[in-house]
Structures are given as structure tokens and as C-alpha cells.
Design a protein around this ligand. Structure first.
Ligand code: ADP
Ligand code: MG
Ligand code: MG
Length: 889
């Protein structure tokens, strides 16, 4: 096994092995772009280290061999006293985790070589600046010294000299600072800063390995659903220096605007600076366009490289570069993160440019991004109180109470408050506060600052670099121009699409994308918003390719109509229990309390016309499309008053000597119906079998409603669905009765209703005997919510609040199995049941209802196992359509 690859040996497809950064450094090297030479230690080596606590034995020799080759090529040795080779040791996992793991620059510098570096560069200040950076970064990330100790010392040095930026510190100041930093290291760790170059390098490599399991990295991975066992690669890259004076500098750039998708020059540049200075926001950067004035030759070359990269990667790329005395170096590139809106626009732009085809365009967007675009925006017509404006870094409209630190953000959001996290700038330690907030506002940093990058990744609203707002985190307040002070807890609204910050709550309006789905704007129209146009096109790519149909879960005409506008091809789940609530509850009570047949029939008769009229409306709204109606499913106690409330009512009536016969009967019934575990109790088909006439009434209501629609010239397609079946016998009994009722209605009305009868598959036994069940069912609808509960043996209502967090933290789940289908367990039952069902009845229709029907990953799974449709809530329909198209593309 080979653990080390030279940059010339890798390529962009080796991300699993070399990490994203290493694979792309190799790709750029092979494209002939100016990349400082180096090599990459594989993620495999990291995995060995994390698994066993020590590096694989072969690693040391391999690193030595590659280091020697590098030294030969560069004509100097690592840390060589008179002319030191310096390197960076950089983390880089398969998926980019910005700022989450460690990188150390200037490895190889020491007391012995700092003078050599100064002599070679002819710049003493530069050498000491590089050395103090090394001790600072190495101290913090490798040796675990509290970073603030260094920062305080640096601040103190600036104060003592009466300057505000680090570039104003001279060689002598920095030399003193190096001594001080070394003192900090010695005091804090009990050992001296390591002077031996190879030891520095080895310790840094190990620190990068370990940073994979740092708290920040773990939190980020959970958030982004990145598996915890991938490990990171380590890149050893010879140093180039942006801190060699005004003709040097460092910058970041995008080939297109990651917020809007527009092509052009987007980025930030900082003269006389090294590495992280740009993103850290410690000095104000200049827009990339200014580089043309500062260094035209490098600028032109950069533009050319950006074009090369875009055509090569066929996508938006982001880039890190450094200019060392007028020579441009590429330090990183990757396919860049972008906002949801930009993803859609860029995908269609690239199709227009002929760089990608429609199928590929579908892979460039996600259902999650589409869902984000369906969020509301601020009402442009609302009266607002503008506090100031910053950079529109991540779109959305966020309203919440101002908080000035992550701790408060987390605390308040836990107690149900909506908060906006306001910081001067954020750093990786703010991650949990950012997750807890509705939006993030910073007063410093550009589009590429930590806040902006992370917020975009999380799909959170962010306004950054609002310099006119003075943020005072110590006193927990912010001051706007004109002296308006916003204290912690005051409500602010931030607009991540315009960068505007408002005092108080600004009302929100629906997104243009929703307006489009609602049919209020025509996405193909000339004047349609660019975004709507792009969404329209991508949706048509998806609809043209998908094999899965998409239906809605809806139980009233209004939801059905909306679902239809959103593209639903039917209703996959109409829950009839919602039709038993409100004023009808009383009739249901009567049904439950009935002692004799007569009373029960009375109650059912009263319910019949009400049910029927519900169905008539629904069938009308869905005319021509299938509507799956599920017969009553929940345990009956859900229709009765709460037991304590009822007991109180009875006791009160007794005390007042009032008549309370009815309450007493109800209370008795509640006691009788009480179950230790209602989820596994008298519900679903079991109700139909023990309450005579209940299912027959429902079937009659459906049949009569369908007949009425047929007579009115409509085309109803009702499908009757029996819930919670565990064995084919249950289904056969219900089926026999239903067929009799339907035949009766057909005879009486002279219609041919073509109703179909099917069942939910939501119990393991049903899935395991699906071949038998299919004898009596014309369709299956997988009820993956209940199936997940019964396969895992836990109830969703209880466990999500109790042990799920622990399970997610321990990595037992990457994501809740109620959110995304558990492919290996629940999913495998779905797969085998689908196969067995079709073996019995080749034209068996297969669908899924339940939350998973609108979940992107799950939709892909249902496509793979060959279901006919997914059904989800009306608002998720566009997402399901898109994902079904992506699955088929
Ligand atoms: P991250 O993954 O957090 O971006 P990087 O490994 O890219 O970390 O490094 C952090 C910063 O240091 C970046 O700005 C990068 O461009 C810079 N850097 C890394 N290696 C070198 C190098 N060999 N020479 C100069 N700058 C470097
Ligand atoms: Mg980087
Ligand atoms: Mg169910």
C-alpha cells in the first residue's frame, strides 16, 4: 500500500484517497498551472493512525523519500540554515470542511534558519514575521496552546509601538515577539518550541490527523452529514510567500459570483499578507478587480487560469492564490460552494455554454436547495427602519433577537427564541451558535470570510462586513450610524439577498419560486426573474426524465388543489381521521359509546353524508387523478377527551350534584379503551374488524361520492387503502365487505366505479408476507413511518426527544431514520416486499406515503427499488419531482 503521492501522481478523481485539496492540487499541477511542488499523505494513513494511535510503519520512509525528492527539486533542504526550504502541512478531507481542521505554515523555520531566510530574501522583517507565524500556528494547533495568549502578545506589541496593523511592526519588534512567543510555548506546554525541522513536520502531520476528530470538525460533519470515518489527507506543500512586501500578497477568488451565479471577477486580495490573513478579516481586503491596477501581469494570468479551470472542471471554481514578488502561485482550487439560487442559475448557464448537458445540470442542484428557494422573503413594500448595510453573503430573510455570542445563541434558541448571531467576525468556535441562529450578521470580512462561507454551506442567512455597524461583544450591543444602539434581545431583521439590516421585525412575503409553482408567474415568460427561469428549466429537465410519479398527502380540497398546482399526479394518502374532528367529534363519541347496534348504526348514519361530501370535494379537486383514501387508522381514544380532564369534569359535576351521566359513560369508555401502548393497540384494520359497520360506512361514503362525481361528468379514481394489515386474512375480510358495499352502490346508482382496494405495508409481518398479501391487494403503499417504528422497535414520539441526540452524537445514526429511510433495515424490507408483491401480481401498484416520500435521499432509494410513486406533503412536491428526476438522470 502506497501512503504518499507526489502532486504529479494524483488527479481530481482521487478525492477519497488524497482528499479534495490534494486531488485538486495534483490536477492543477498536471494542467501545467503554477503550483508549488509537494506531496500528499493519503486518508488511508490517517485512518490507520486514528484506528491504532500510531502512524503506519511504512509512512516514515515514504515521507522521507518524497521529502528528499522535493528537496532535490527545490535545491535546498528542509530548514537548511543558510537557505531553508519551508513547507506548509495542510489538512484536506474528501469533502471540504472550511477552517474545521488544521494547517500549519512555514514549517522548517528555526532559530538556526531564520537568518538564512532573511539573507536569501534580503528582508529581515519578512523572516521574523514568518517565524512568529510558525510559532503561533504551531503552538496553537499542534501543541494546544491557547491562541489568545499569542494574540494578546501581538496586540500588546502593536499597542506598545502605537500602531494598529501587524504590517507596521518592524524586524526588531517581530524578533522580540518571537522570543515572547517561545516563552509562551515553554510556559504553557513545559517544553521548548521544537527546533528540529523534521520533528516539526512530523508533529504537524500528526496534528492534522488528529484534527479530524476535533470537536469543531465533528460538529461540522454531523451538520453536513459527512461520514465520520473518512479521515483527512495531509498535504505537504513548499511555501511561497505573500508577505514579502507590497509586490506580494494573497487572495481568494471565484470564477463566478457564488451568490448570483453571474460570471465575472469575484474575490478579495490582500497585499503583503500570508495565507489565512484574507479569510480571517484582520485587515481590510481590496476587491479582486483592484489587482489589475496593482499587478497587471499577475492579474491577467489569474484571469486566464480561472478560465482554464472553469472549462476544465465545467463548474464554478473557487481558488486560493499567492503572489510572491510578482510571481503568481495557485494554492488551492475546488468546485465552489454556492447559494441555492446560484446553483440553479449556474446549472442552466453551463448548459447554455455547452459545457454540460441537461442530465448533468440535474446533478448540479439538489432538492434541499430547491426547498431553500421556497422560503419566504422580506416584503419590499413594508415600512422598514434601516440600520445599515453589509455584504449580501448568503440569501434569505431572517428575523430574531440580537445575541452577541454563541453561548447565548444556543441557550436562547433552546428555549424557543429566534436569534440573530451578531459578531465582529466569526471563527470556527462560533459554529454551534451559527447553527442555533436564524441568521448571522458580522461587521467585518467579505464574501469569503468564515461567516459567509459557513453560512452558505448551511443555507443560513448571512450579512457580513457591515462596517458601519459597530459591534461591541463585551457590552453585548451594536451601534448603528446616528447612534442607534441595539442591545442584546432587541429584534433585528437581516436580508441576506441585499445585505440590509433592519431594526425590528420586517414582514415576509412568499418566494418568487413558490409564486411560480403556484402558477402566478410563468417561468417561461420573457420577463420572469432569472432565478424563476432557471428553476423552470431545471424542473422541466427533471420531469422529462423521472420515472417515479409524485403524489401528495392531502385530505382536503384546498391542499389537493395546491398540490395539483405544484405538480402532484394524485393523492397518495388522504387521512380520514382528520374528517372526524371538530364538530363531528360528538358523533364519533356517540359511535364509541354505543351499547346497541341501533345506536351505533344511528351514529354511523349521521357520519356518512359528512364523509361523503368531503370526498366529493376531494375527487373534484383531483379529477382525473388517483386519490388513495385510507380508512380510519388511529386508536379511538384519540377522539375522546383527555382522561384527566374528563375525571375533573366528572368530579366537579358530582360535587355540584349536576347530571353527569354522559361524562361518566365517556370516562368509562376512556378507561376501557386505555392502552399501555396505543401505537401497537386497537387501530388500523383492527378497528374495522371489531367495530361493525365502521369501514363499511367509509367505503360507502367513498363509493357514493365517486358515483356522484361520475354522474356530474367527472372522472374520479378512488383507491381504498386499509392500514396496519399484518396478514392477508385481515385484508380478505375487509375486502369482502367492501366489495359488497361497492357493488350495492354501483347497482343503486347505475355506475361502474372501478374502485381499487389495497393496503399499507407498515408492519414487518406484512412486508415479510407481501407475496400472500398481494393476493388480496391491488396496490401497496409503504407506510415508512410506522414501518420504521415497528422495524426498529421504537416509537417516534418518545425517542426523538429522549435518546436520539445521543445516538446521533455517537454516530449510530448519521441521520434520524424517520427523516431518511434506513436503507439497510427498513429499506431492505421495502425492497423484498416490493419484489414479492410483484411476483404474485405483476401489475401491483407500489407507492410510499409518509415523511420519507419528500426526503431527497429516500426518493433516490424508492426510485432504485422500482416503486411507481412517492407521496409527500404538498409543499415538498417540487422537491420530490426534482429528486426523482435526479435519480433517473
Ligand atoms: P484551509 O483548508 O483552512 O483553507 P489551507 O490548507 O488551504 O487551509 O491553508 C490555509 C491558508 O494558508 C490558505 O490561505 C492557503 O492558501 C495558505 N497556504 C497553504 N499552503 C501554503 C503554501 N505552501 N504557501 C503559501 N501559502 C499557503
Ligand atoms: Mg484553503
Ligand atoms: Mg401508519
Amino acid at each position: 500500500q502506497k501512503f504518499v503521492y507526489d502532486f504529479t501522481e494524483g488527479n481530481k478523481d482521487l478525492k477519497d484517497l488524497l482528499g479534495g485539496k490534494g486531488a485538486n492540487l495534483a490536477e492543477m499541477t498536471n494542467l501545467g498551472l503554477p503550483v508549488p511542488p509537494g506531496f500528499t499523505i493519503t486518508t488511508e494513513a490517517c485512518k490507520v493512525y486514528l484506528g491504532s494511535g500510531s502512524e503506519p510503519t511504512a509512512l516514515r520512509d515514504e515521507v522521507s523519500a518524497h521529502l528528499e525528492a522535493l528537496e532535490k527539486r527545490m535545491g535546498k533542504k528542509l530548514g537548511q540554515a543558510d537557505d531553508p526550504l519551508l513547507v506548509s502541512v495542510r489538512s484536506g478531507a474528501k469533502f471540504s470542511m472550511p477552517g474545521m481542521m488544521d494547517t500549519v505554515l512555514n514549517i522548517g523555520l528555526s532559530d538556526a534558519s531564520v537568518a538564512g531566510l532573511a539573507a536569501q530574501a534580503g528582508d529581515e522583517r519578512f523572516a521574523w514575521d514568518s517565524y512568529r507565524r510558525l510559532i503561533q500556528m504551531f503552538g496553537k494547533t499542534v501543541l494546544g496552546v491557547d491562541g489568545e495568549l499569542f494574540e494578546d502578545a501581538l496586540d500588546e506589541a502593536k499597542r506598545a509601538k502605537g500602531v494598529t496593523t501587524d504590517v507596521e511592526l518592524g524586524a526588531a519588534d517581530l524578533k522580540r515577539l518571537v522570543e515572547e512567543f517561545k516563552g509562551i510555548v515553554a510556559k504553557d506546554t513545559g517544553r521548548d518550541f521544537p527546533q528540529e525541522p523534521r520533528e516539526q513536520m512530523d508533529l504537524a502531520i500528526r496534528a492534522v490527523f488528529e484534527s479530524w476528530n476535533g470537536d469543531r470538525a465533528k460538529l461540522y460533519r454531523r451538520q453536513e452529514r459527512i461520514p465520520g470515518d473518512l479521515g483527512t489527507a495531509v498535504n505537504i506543500c513548499s511555501m511561497v510567500f505573500g508577505n514579502l512586501g507590497p509586490d506580494s500578497g494573497t487572495g481568494v477568488a471565484f470564477t463566478r459570483d457564488p451568490a448570483s451565479g453571474h460570471q465575472g471577477v469575484y474575490g478579495d486580495y490582500l497585499q503583503n499578507a500570508q495565507g489565512e490573513d484574507v479569510v480571517a478579516g484582520i485587515r481590510n481586503t481590496v476587491p479582486l478587480a483592484d489587482l489589475e491596477r496593482i499587478d497587471k501581469a499577475s492579474y491577467d494570468q489569474l484571469m486566464q487560469i480561472m478560465e482554464t479551470l472553469e472549462t476544465h472542471y465545467k463548474d464554478l471554481c473557487d481558488i486560493e492564490f499567492t503572489i510572491e514578488r510578482g510571481k503568481l502561485w495557485m494554492l488551492q482550487t475546488r468546485v465552489g460552494k454556492r447559494t441555492a439560487g446560484a446553483a440553479f442559475r449556474i446549472a442552466t448557464q453551463l448548459v447554455d455554454q455547452g459545457l454540460i448537458d441537461e442530465a448533468e445540470a440535474l446533478q448540479r442542484v439538489t432538492g434541499a436547495q430547491l426547498a431553500m428557494l421556497m422560503f419566504p422573503r422580506f416584503d419590499e413594500k413594508a415600512k422598514t427602519d434601516l440600520l445599515g448595510r453589509g455584504i449580501a453573503a448568503s440569501p434569505g430573510a431572517a428575523v430574531g433577537k440580537a445575541v452577541f455570542d454563541s453561548y447565548t445563541a444556543v441557550k436562547w434558541s433552546r428555549s424557543g427564541e429566534k436569534v440573530i448571531l451578531i459578531r465582529r467576525e466569526t471563527n470556527p468556535d462560533d459554529l454551534d451558535g451559527m447553527i442555533a441562529s436564524e441568521g448571522i450578521l458580522t461587521s467585518r470580512g467579505g464574501k469569503t470570510s468564515h461567516a459567509a462561507v459557513v453560512a452558505r454551506g448551511m443555507g443560513k442567512t448571512c450579512v457580513c462586513g457591515a462596517e458601519e455597524l459597530e459591534v461591541d461583544t463585551k457590552r453585548r450591543r451594536m451601534t448603528a450610524p446616528g447612534g442607534v444602539v441595539i442591545e442584546e434581545g432587541e429584534v433585528v431583521s437581516i436580508d441576506g439577498s441585499t445585505g440590509k439590516v433592519y431594526l425590528g421585525e420586517v414582514p415576509v412575503v412568499p418566494s418568487p419560486v413558490v409564486e411560480y409553482f403556484e402558477g402566478r408567474t410563468d417561468g417561461a415568460a420573457e420577463d420572469a426573474d432569472e432565478l424563476v427561469k432557471a428553476v423552470h428549466r431545471v424542473m422541466s429537465y427533471a420531469d422529462g426524465r423521472r420515472r417515479l410519479q409524485v403524489r401528495a398527502n392531502a385530505d382536503n380540497a384546498e391542499d389537493a388543489a395546491r398540490a395539483r398546482r405544484f405538480g402532484a399526479q394524485g393523492i397518495g394518502l388522504c387521512r380520514t381521521e382528520h374528517m372526524f374532528l371538530g364538530e363531528r367529534r360528538e358523533m364519533v363519541e356517540r359511535l364509541i359509546l354505543a351499547d346497541h347496534e341501533d345506536e351505533r348504526d344511528e351514529a354511523l348514519k349521521a357520519l356518512l353524508p359528512l364523509q361523503k361530501s368531503d370526498f366529493v370535494e376531494l375527487f373534484e379537486a383531483m379529477d382525473g387523478l388517483p386519490v388513495t383514501v385510507r380508512l380510519l387508522d388511529p386508536p379511538l381514544h384519540e377522539f375522546l377527551p383527555d382522561i384527566t380532564e374528563l375525571s375533573v369534569r366528572v368530579a366537579l359535576a358530582e360535587a355540584r350534584e349536576e347530571a353527569h351521566e354522559n361524562e361518566l359513560r365517556l370516562l368509562q369508555a376512556v378507561h376501557k379503551l386505555h392502552e399501555q401502548n396505543p401505537m401497537l393497540g386497537l387501530r388500523g384494520v383492527r378497528l374495522g374488524l371489531v367495530i361493525p359497520g365502521l369501514f363499511a360506512m367509509q367505503v360507502r361514503a367513498i363509493a357514493e361520492a365517486a358515483a356522484e362525481r361520475v354522474k356530474a361528468g367527472g372522472a374520479p379514481h378512488a383507491e381504498i387503502m386499509i392500514p396496519l394489515v399484518g396478514t392477508v386474512q385481515e385484508l380478505e375480510i375487509v375486502r369482502e365487505e367492501a366489495e359488497r358495499v361497492i357493488a350495492e352502490v354501483e347497482r343503486a346508482t347505475g355506475t361502474d366505479l372501478r374502485l381499487t382496494l389495497g393496503t399499507m405495508i407498515e408492519l414487518p409481518r406484512a412486508a415479510l408476507t407481501a407475496g400472500q398479501i398481494a393476493e388480496a391487494a391491488e396496490f401497496f403503499s409503504f407506510g415508512t413511518n410506522d414501518l420504521t417504528q415497528t422495524v426498529w422497535g421504537f416509537s417516534r414520539d418518545d425517542v426523538e426527544a429522549s435518546f436520539f441526540t445521543a445516538y446521533l452524537e455517537k454516530g449510530i445514526f448519521g441521520v434520524s431514520p424517520f427523516e431518511t429511510i434506513d436503507r439497510d433495515g427498513v429499506g431492505s424490507l421495502v425492497r423484498s416486499a416490493a419484489e414479492a408483491g410483484r411476483a404474485t401480481r405483476p401489475d401491483l401498484k407500489l407507492g410510499v406515503c409518509g415523511e420519507h416520500g419528500g426526503d431527497p435521499d429516500s426518493v433516490h432509494f424508492f426510485h432504485e427499488v422500482g416503486l411507481d410513486y412517492v407521496s409527500c406533503s404538498p409543499f415538498r412536491i417540487p422537491v420530490a419531482r426534482l429528486e426523482a428526476g435526479r435519480a433517473a438522470a
